[in-house]
Design a protein around this ligand. Structure first.
Ligand SMILES: *[C@@H]1O[C@H](CO)[C@@H](O)[C@H](O)[C@H]1NC(C)=O
Ligand SMILES: *[C@@H]1O[C@H](CO)[C@@H](O)[C@H](O)[C@H]1NC(C)=O
Ligand SMILES: *[C@@H]1O[C@H](CO)[C@@H](O)[C@H](O)[C@H]1NC(C)=O
Ligand SMILES: *[C@@H]1O[C@H](CO)[C@@H](O)[C@H](O)[C@H]1NC(C)=O
Ligand SMILES: *[C@@H]1O[C@H](CO)[C@@H](O)[C@H](O)[C@H]1NC(C)=O
Ligand SMILES: *[C@@H]1O[C@H](CO)[C@@H](O)[C@H](O)[C@H]1NC(C)=O
Length: 543
């Protein structure tokens, strides 16, 4: 049950369709504001109606907390994850639903914040064992998520832990526990941070590990997701790239043979004969890290020509843009039709390359993740075929925030940028997301000020800046853009703006969507087109 009666209300105006516009109010906790109070109940559907509250752990009782995960373990047992408001202590309990008694099975503590908060542990049938990923230190490279096997001790809060995997790579998802063959199936980045291969590991002996999908290279697949049948005898495998995605069913005992469920024939036909770019990769060194820059070159790329670059940014903590996933989007048009080179880079703060890289962003949003994007572009400027006068940047949401921060940095590398639904001031954004990285505004107001776009907005100059925002965005409120524009106007800065009335964070109306993409494309075409060389008039000869 969520009680949000004390949570301050946000208002979403609705402008169109009525003589008198209506607004919609809804409870929305911004950073540092009152959060909803959450309680967990079990209701008996058979026999006498009976509602029982599952109680939080003793140490959380008088404190604010989140419930980040609830899952049935058996007909009489659930597993629940409780997280404190600062998001640095979490307690995993199993609860007997007949009595409501919960007992602690695992406690996680972090000096920064706890990631993977909603991960569901995978239990054995009798409930005596469970598996989940935990951060494990790998020497100087810091912590990486690996599979831990917890064996519950009867009548005790303690459980014994064994680590099944280790290495400088991450287990991204545990898919199933095959008790007959004593195996865990999981996805990991062992092959490359860009890839997700399917592996199995023995839960006994020397924890022998085997890749099941690595043999499927002939399909040009390296980014997989998978679903196992309840008895683990079969699995559905989604190849998500770099080739055109396909879906197949495999038998666990002989994964090489498969039955194709979907091979995307229509998509194959559609892109036949079209210029589809294949990404290439370069390494950029940032402090101790070797990080990957993904470049998409236009067809007929020639090193003797000069090309403009569009940097696509996200930068949200734990996000990843450089992957082997298949993708075609509006930006593909710029590569295939406008000779633009696309660049994507995951710097500090990004996910799936260990917790050290991810957590480097703690309490300093808008610093290292912005700087690393600039460093990546600077590394490109050394290449002879990059035109230093035609560099652009695009981002949405968190990426819109990073875009605005990049344009307000004093490097002046960028000619233009588009920020869609940008977060501009963290004080205005959701409590759970913001406090995880920045703490409470009442305690750390300086951090909030330094991480705000508004403080630096007078530095957004000598650049073409397009801001796009739907006015009914319930995730990043239009308020962010309104504040930014007020600051830009005060500082006498130029900008271009495109609003979509009554559209949300994702523009859904087909006409609006088309309009937005052509607005973005036209903006970048204009900005990135080759300047015609101005012919110098030859000085007339003196007779
Ligand atoms: C919700 O919280 C408010 C304020 O604490 C309280 O007055 C109210 O009784 C609660 N509502 C329910 C249904 O528990
Ligand atoms: C969790 O964060 C809060 C607020 O920053 C801090 O006071 C507390 O000491 C932290 N707890 C741990 C275990 O690090
Ligand atoms: C895989 O990639 C290679 C090299 O790019 C290509 O020749 C081959 O046709 C691709 N295979 C499939 C099944 O698409
Ligand atoms: C699957 O194919 C690979 C190479 O094509 C081979 O090495 C492997 O032994 C095969 N596995 C099975 C279970 O047949
Ligand atoms: C996809 O599947 C259909 C039907 O099974 C088949 O006819 C077609 O050749 C397949 N296409 C590709 C590209 O594999
Ligand atoms: C804004 O645009 C106008 C007209 O193009 C120009 O005269 C002015 O210098 C620009 N201001 C800034 C701060 O760039």
């Amino acid at each position: 049950m969520i009680n949000d009666s004390l949570v301050p209300n946000m208002i979403i105006p609705r402008f169109t369709g009525n003589l008198y516009p209506k607004g919609k109010q809804y409870p929305y906790p911004k950073a540092g504001q009152v959060n909803p109070i959450v309680k967990l109940f079990v209701v008996n559907l058979y026999g006498p109606t009976h509602t029982l509250e599952l109680m939080p752990p003793e140490s959380f009782k008088s404190k604010e907390y989140y419930i980040t995960m609830v899952k049935w373990v058996s007909n009489t047992k659930t597993v629940v994850n409780w997280l404190n408001r600062p998001q640095n202590v979490s307690i995993l309990t199993t609860c007997e639903i007949t009595t409501g008694a919960c007992s602690k099975k695992h406690e996680a503590v972090s000096e920064v914040w706890l990631s993977k908060q909603d991960e569901e542990p995978v239990f054995s049938k009798d409930g005596s064992k469970f598996f989940m990923t935990v951060p494990v230190k790998q020497g100087g490279r810091g912590e990486f998520h690996h599979i831990a096997m917890f064996t519950l001790q009867p009548k005790s809060e303690l459980s014994s832990v064994r680590h099944l995997t280790s290495g400088n790579w991450e287990v991204t998802q545990i898919l199933g526990y095959d008790e007959v063959h004593q195996k865990i199936y999981f996805l990991s980045t062992e092959d490359s941070p860009r890839a997700r291969q399917l592996y199995s590991v023995h839960t006994a002996g020397s924890f022998h590990r085997k890749c099941l999908s690595c043999n499927f290279q002939r399909e040009n697949c390296s980014y997989f997701s998978a679903h196992f049948s309840p008895n683990n005898e079969h699995f559905i495998l989604h190849c998500e790239g770099p080739n055109i995605p396909m879906v197949s069913v495999h038998s666990t005992s002989n994964p090489n043979s498969s039955y194709v469920l979907e091979n995307n024939t229509v998509l194959h036909e559609c892109i036949k004969g079209k210029r589809i770019h294949k990404p290439e990769y370069r390494t950029v060194r940032i402090y101790d890290y070797e990080l990957t820059l993904q470049l998409s070159y236009p067809e007929g790329f020639d090193e003797n020509n000069l090309y403009p670059v569009l940097l696509i940014v996200d930068g949200a903590p734990g996000s990843q843009l450089v992957t082997d996933k298949f993708w075609i989007d509006w930006d593909s048009v710029l590569v295939s039709s406008d000779n633009v080179i696309l660049a994507r880079f995951d710097g500090r703060g990004s996910g799936f390359q260990g917790l050290k890289i991810l957590q480097d962003i703690h309490r300093r949003l808008g610093t290292v993740e912005v700087k690393d994007q600039v460093i990546a572009v600077q590394s490109l400027l050394k290449l002879p075929f990059i035109d230093p006068n035609r560099i652009a940047v695009y981002g949405k949401g968190y990426g819109g925030y990073v875009t605005a921060m990049i344009l307000s940095s004093t490097d002046r590398i960028f000619k233009c940028g588009v920020a869609v639904a940008p977060i501009t001031d963290w004080k205005l954004y959701a409590s759970a997301f913001t406090e995880r990285y920045l703490g409470l505004p009442s305690r750390d107001i300086n951090i909030y000020q330094e991480s705000s776009v508004l403080q630096n907005s007078n530095e957004i100059k000598d650049v073409n800046f397009l801001i796009i925002h739907g006015t009914a965005d319930a995730n990043v409120h239009f308020q962010h853009t309104a504040e930014l524009i007020q600051h830009l106007v005060k500082a006498e800065r130029n900008y271009t703006m495109q609003i979509y009335p009554d559209e949300g964070h994702f523009i859904t109306d087909e006409k609006s969507k088309r309009h937005m993409y052509s607005a973005i494309l036209n903006f970048f075409r204009e900005c990135l087109k080759q300047e015609m060389p101005v012919l110098q008039k030859e000085p007339e000869e003196d007779e």
